[in-house]
Design a protein around this ligand. Structure first.
Ligand code: FMN
Length: 178
């Protein structure tokens, strides 16, 4: 049976890279479902992910979703949960256990391995608050990948780029035990 992988996409400029990530995940015959924060939908349309996965996309607040009432619990029932790209905001919410939208509510309800690939401006990444959240999540067993150093969308050069998609895929495969 194919592995069920749920991908959370958040409001980073790197959200467009999630479309290619999904394409490579489906090429591995994983059953991929996508959920998005409301901010993420400003960067990439849910229709893109719906078309790539063949599944409807849940986005925004849980109570505003048009489909199943307990969609966060349904999505939480997966073999691996991936959040890529993950904003500083969602990273912070994961660290303290907030659950105010479909991505964070699903993450809180999920017992499957969690792979997180952050992406943000270098100052946001280096901020002590973000670094404390990263340390806390890693200590809790979250497979939190490093960011890459390089040219950032904001025009700066520094640490904050979404890591290479192959690194994310390798970590997810490891989490799935495949
Ligand atoms: C053009 C643009 C690009 C952004 N890129 C990032 C980013 O890469 N990482 C990040 O943490 N926040 C980024 N932000 C800020 C987030 O979009 C903002 O914090 C938003 O509230 C995040 O919502 P979410 O975490 O619910 O997806 C960006 C904002 C703008 C306007």
């Amino acid at each position: 049976m194919s592995k069920r992988v749920v991908l959370g996409v958040t409001g980073s400029i790197a959200a467009y890279k999630a479309a290619e990530l999904v394409r490579r995940m489906t090429a591995k015959s994983w059953d991929v479902w996508v959920m998005m924060t409301e901010a993420a939908t400003k960067y990439v349309g849910p229709l893109t992910f719906h078309a790539l996965t063949g599944h409807p996309v849940a986005a925004g607040k849980c109570e505003a979703l048009p489909t199943a009432a307990f969609q966060h619990l349904d999505l939480a029932s997966c073999d691996a949960l991936v959040i890529a790209p993950c904003t500083a905001n969602v990273l912070a919410k994961l660290a303290v256990g907030l659950a105010d939208d479909i991505v964070t509510a699903t993450a809180l309800a999920c017992t499957a391995p969690l792979v997180v690939a952050p992406a943000m401006n270098d100052k946001m990444w280096r901020h002590p608050a973000t670094q404390a959240n990263v340390a806390m999540l890693r200590q809790r067993g979250v497979r939190l990948l490093d960011v890459e150093h390089g040219e950032l969308a904001c025009g700066m050069v520094g640490a904050g780029r979404l890591t290479d998609l192959e690194i994310i895929l390798t970590e997810v495969a490891r989490a799935l035990g495949t």
